[in-house]
Design a protein around this ligand. Structure first.
Ligand code: PBG
Length: 303
């Protein structure tokens, strides 16, 4: 009766990796329990996710081909766009969020176009806009830019509004840190940078005040939901964002956080079910409204 924080399926978002082909379900070695799935299998999975009570999925694409610009990202017939259409048709109660970024689609693996050995912020904005519009045309409910270019939320909001998608919401990866905890995701999404790192656009882990400025800018530019990512090493920032801005806050319990718990659980070193609940409860207690987590479907079934 006096419990202050409750974990509930309503707050969870399940990430899914969409790959080419039919009948494909390819396990990701560094993320036991997670697979790359072709569109047909994504739909089967989406049905189970909805049945478990999880209200939303976030889709990541693994394209057939990559190029310097990441042009598959705005191909209306690519995997993610087809998955959006199929899910909205067959599992209409599921909210479909799409990750808007170029790193899965570029041959160099960076989140923007590369010029002179570095990512060109402003040249990237137009490409992100194309990607977001393509997702909106396919029927996405929420687009989630994860690239960390400056000005992308405003650019995407303006383009959506002008193109008749005023009702498509934006969940901005606002305080996204250059973290060691994305390693397993880069296996899953095949998106590791081929040279250098993401430190010129993702944030420096020690910087909390800067995170507040990033969040303030994204809200000003039109973000409906702001995100802190990763979650566990940044619980203080989830708390600060919630209390300073009082807007919907999402936290991404990222791949590395998932794999650590899974590995320890599979080895019998911790009681996995309890540890998962404890960790996700801490993210809620810190102030997150939404949690993006690879545990979503499994956890919802227990709740
Ligand atoms: C794309 C993106 C990444 C994640 C979400 N969107 C990887 C990155 O920035 O390298 C990480 C998610 C996870 O680790 O679970 N930019």
């Amino acid at each position: 009766m006096v419990r202050e924080t409750r974990l509930c399926a309503d707050n969870l978002v399940q990430p899914l990796f969409v790959c080419p082909g039919r009948g494909v379900s390819r396990p990701v070695a560094s993320m036991p329990g997670v697979a790359q799935r072709s569109v047909d299998n994504v739909v089967v999975e989406a049905r189970e996710i909805a049945a478990a009570g999880v209200p939303a999925v976030i889709l990541f694409g693994i394209p057939e081909r990559k190029d310097p610009q990441g042009s598959e990202a705005w191909n209306d017939d690519a995997e993610v766009q087809r998955a959006i259409r199929e899910i909205k048709e067959r599992v209409p109660r599921l909210t479909v969020i799409t990750d808007v970024c170029l790193c899965e689609y570029t041959d160099h693996g960076h989140c923007g176009v590369v010029a002179g050995g570095d990512v060109d912020n402003d040249a990237t904005l137009e490409l992100l806009v194309r990607e977001a519009l393509s997702h909106a045309r396919a029927g996405a409910d929420i687009v989630a830019p994860s690239d960390m270019m400056d000005g992308r939320v405003g650019a995407i909001r303006g383009a959506l509004d002008q193109s008749g998608f005023a009702r498509v919401a934006i969940m901005a990866y606002s305080a996204k840190f250059a973290s060691a905890f994305y390693g397993p995701f880069r296996d899953a999404a095949e998106s590791a940078p081929k040279f250098g790192d993401r430190r010129s656009y993702q944030m420096d882990p020690p910087n909390g005040d800067e995170a507040m400025r990033e969040v303030a800018l994204d809200i000003e530019e039109g973000a409906d939901i702001v995100m802190v990512k990763p979650a566990l090493a940044y619980l203080d920032l989830i708390w600060r964002v919630k209390h300073e801005f009082n807007v919907p806050v999402a936290a991404y319990n990222v791949s590395g956080e998932y794999s650590m718990l899974r590995a320890a659980g599979l080895n019998g070193w911790i009681e996995e079910d309890r540890a998962i609940k404890e960790v996700l409860t801490s993210i809620r207690r810190a102030g997150a409204d939404l949690i993006l987590t690879y545990f979503a479907k499994e956890l919802a079934a227990h709740l």
